[in-house]
Design a protein around this ligand. Structure first.
Ligand code: SF4
Ligand code: SF4
Length: 166
């Protein structure tokens, strides 16, 4: 992606976003214990948000590829240094949907086949409200950048289109 904002701003945006999830996770305990960390076992990779590769690319040399012409995709080996995991992993299994021009944070339907946290009728595995609120607040700021807004809109459309196939 052609860079339209300064590196300083990119670092500030993503540094703040990453720090928001340094200690805050979907559940109070490690949800990987429920499913043997299935979301780290896939080979599909995680999208990086616009400009995020500039922020963490140096920690993931040769692990970032580009698909659909322009979307950076990080393919890990199922292990990472936690402090360098990308934003998609930090907010998983939620996604910042843009629907009718509005931000809505909800379960990422692409995780339907793997993630037990979709079952919101089991009290012990309810995603913490403060985690969801934090994802909302972080993206409320991030989508002020038009490229991030457009990216979230585009991926929201894709997810909702594919919903019928999940
Ligand atoms: S987010 Fe879902 S799939 Fe990933 S470790 Fe937690 S429970 Fe498992
Ligand atoms: S980058 Fe880390 S957190 Fe994300 S899928 Fe890979 S091992 Fe899991």
């Amino acid at each position: 992606m052609k860079k339209k904002i300064s590196e300083k701003l990119i670092y500030r945006m993503y540094d703040n976003a990453y720090k928001s999830f340094d200690r805050l996770t979907p559940l109070l305990f490690d949800c990987g214990e429920l499913c043997n960390a299935r979301c780290c076992k896939g080979k599909d990779g995680m999208y990086l948000f616009p400009y995020e590769e500039i922020f963490i690319g140096s920690h993931w040399e040769n692990k970032i590829t580009y698909i659909k012409n322009d979307i950076p995709l990080l393919i890990c080996d199922g292990i990472c240094q936690r402090e360098h995991r990308p934003l998609s992993c930090r907010i998983f299994p939620l996604f910042p949907y843009i629907i009718d021009s509005k931000l809505k944070v909800d379960f990422d339907l692409r995780a339907k086949n793997i993630c037990p946290l979709q079952f919101n009728d089991i009290a012990e595995i309810q995603i913490q409200k403060k985690f969801k609120r934090k994802v909302y607040r972080v993206f409320k700021k991030l989508i002020k950048n038009k490229d991030i807004y457009d990216f979230c809109s585009r991926i929201s459309e894709e997810i909702l289109f594919l919903e019928k196939f999940y």
